[in-house]
Design a binder for this molecule. Structure first.
Ligand code: PGA
Length: 235
């Protein structure tokens, strides 16, 4: 546990930067949303060599063009890709127009994901794998949960503008990543974090599957960690 959002972002930066320096051909899984913005701000300002890094994003909304200000394509270019020397052909974002199997094949061809950055929804989702998603699920089109639509309405003018469906990496796909770095900040995530890390492993809480992964680094601020038993916490 770390004291603040900025401390979580700084630690996450240290992890990603060390991995890229150690393995210039790193295959990096990327997340979007509010949580990784501090990490991306640091990466954008850094001097890492991204030219041989390959990236795979977790998810993308259906029905938004890549240029749409709320698309995750746009998010990635705005917050990270345009600031670094990444090779555009090495960036991959799922397309909600289908072809989940092609996305999976690209991950396999790249040798699998070395480090997956992950957030958690207030309802326990990972990527857009909403409660009830199978632990064996692969990259596919999904409907968004009402809670996710409500939570993400803050990025849109009106709640009606939030897409109702998306394409997401599956839980099975995410679990094949060699290392997962889960980031969560704020009181709004405390219950989901508690259920994910110290509750039963259940598809009702997709992130609880991470208890079965051998190599998960969890970065939390104090508020997100506030419902965890003290024995689970290190700094
Ligand atoms: P957030 O989203 O970082 O915007 O809170 C996380 C998620 O829904 O997975």
């Amino acid at each position: 546990m770390l004291p603040t959002y900025e401390a979580v972002s700084g630690r996450a930066f240290d992890v990603v930067a060390a991995r890229i320096r150690a393995s210039p051909q790193l295959v990096l899984g990327l997340a979007t949303g509010s949580t990784p913005l501090g990490l991306y701000r640091r990466l954008a300002a850094g001097d890492l060599d991204w030219s041989r890094v390959t990236t795979f994003n977790l998810d993308e909304y259906a029905g938004l063009s890549p240029e749409h200000p709320q698309s995750y394509h746009h998010y990635m270019w705005l917050h990270l890709f345009r600031h670094v020397n990444i090779t555009p052909a090495r960036t991959h974002i799922p397309s909600a127009t289908g072809a989940g199997t092609a996305f999976e094949a690209r991950i396999a061809a790249a040798g699998g994901i070395d480090l997956q950055i992950l957030g958690i929804g207030a309802n326990g989702h990972i990527g857009f794998n909403e409660p009830g998603s199978s632990f064996g699920s692969r990259t596919r089109s999904v409907s968004l949960a009402a809670r996710t639509i409500a939570d993400n309405a803050r990025f849109f003018d009106r709640v009606e503008d939030v897409p109702r469906s998306a394409c997401t990496m599956g839980i099975g796909t995410i679990m094949e990543s060699r290392v997962i770095m889960l980031m969560a900040c704020g009181k709004v995530k405390a219950e989901a974090v508690s259920r994910a890390l110290q509750g039963p492993v259940t598809t009702d809480v997709p992130a609880s599957v991470l208890q079965r992964h051998p190599n998960v680094l969890v970065l939390l601020d104090e508020a997100a960690a506030s419902l965890l038993s003290k024995h689970l916490l290190t700094s």
